[in-house]
Design a protein around this ligand. Structure first.
Ligand code: ZN
Length: 202
């Protein structure tokens, strides 16, 4: 059964370092007609469930633990009965968002998550956050980058737990080797491609 990507947008806030910003977040769901993975859980369980469309959720995969990406993860878990997956290096950020709760299983670099007939490969890409990951799906020619790579360049590194040289080396080491035509599905805003961002970053 064919695996496809579905998309929604949620609106809400992102808070860190005592500042709160209004943000729109992409919700990405990858799966077939039976089961799916939810990539990030921002702002509104209802909006996420609209993208899921009644399918069984195999896991809630968090690209990183900023509160605009994991805010609804425990509430969504309650409803869909699926584990929350997060790279353990994002523990300090997770604890800011959910001091009394935990995720269920750790993500690791190179891990393969199967959904339908498709393999999703976890790429650990620290920089925007220490436990930031991207999710590469070679059979669909796409990669989900969270806030690591946007249309126009790397994600923000001006706040706590972020580092610009680290995000640049993550992008060069883990994302730029992907085929240039790979479609980049980002955490905020429009898609891009690997080739376009190689020429942006140089
Ligand atoms: Zn972020």
């Amino acid at each position: 059964m064919a695996v496809r990507v579905d998309h929604g947008v949620t609106s809400g806030t992102f808070s860190l370092d005592g500042e709160t910003h209004q943000v729109d977040n992409n919700v990405w769901v990858i799966g077939d007609d039976q089961e799916c993975l939810v990539i990030d859980a921002p702002h509104s369980v209802e909006d996420i469930l609209a993208v899921v469309g009644g399918r069984r959720v195999k896991a809630i995969v968090c690209t990183h633990a900023h509160d605009d990406h994991v805010g609804m993860a425990p509430a969504l878990r309650e409803i869909v009965r699926a584990p929350i997956l997060l790279h353990p290096d994002d523990r300090p950020l997770w604890e800011l968002a959910h001091p009394d709760d935990l995720w269920d299983a750790d993500l690791s670099d190179g891990q393969v998550i199967e959904i339908g007939d498709t393999d999703v490969t976890v790429l650990h890409t620290p920089g925007h956050a220490p436990g930031a990951v991207c999710l590469s799906v070679p059979s669909l020619g796409c990669v989900f980058t969270g806030d690591t790579l946007f249309q126009g360049g790397p994600g923000a590194t001006g706040r706590s737990f972020s580092d610009r040289p680290t995000i640049e080396s993550s992008i060069r080491a883990k994302l730029f080797p992907l085929p240039g035509e790979t479609v980049v599905h980002t955490g905020h805003g429009d898609d891009t491609t690997i080739a376009a961002e190689v020429s942006n970053l140089g």
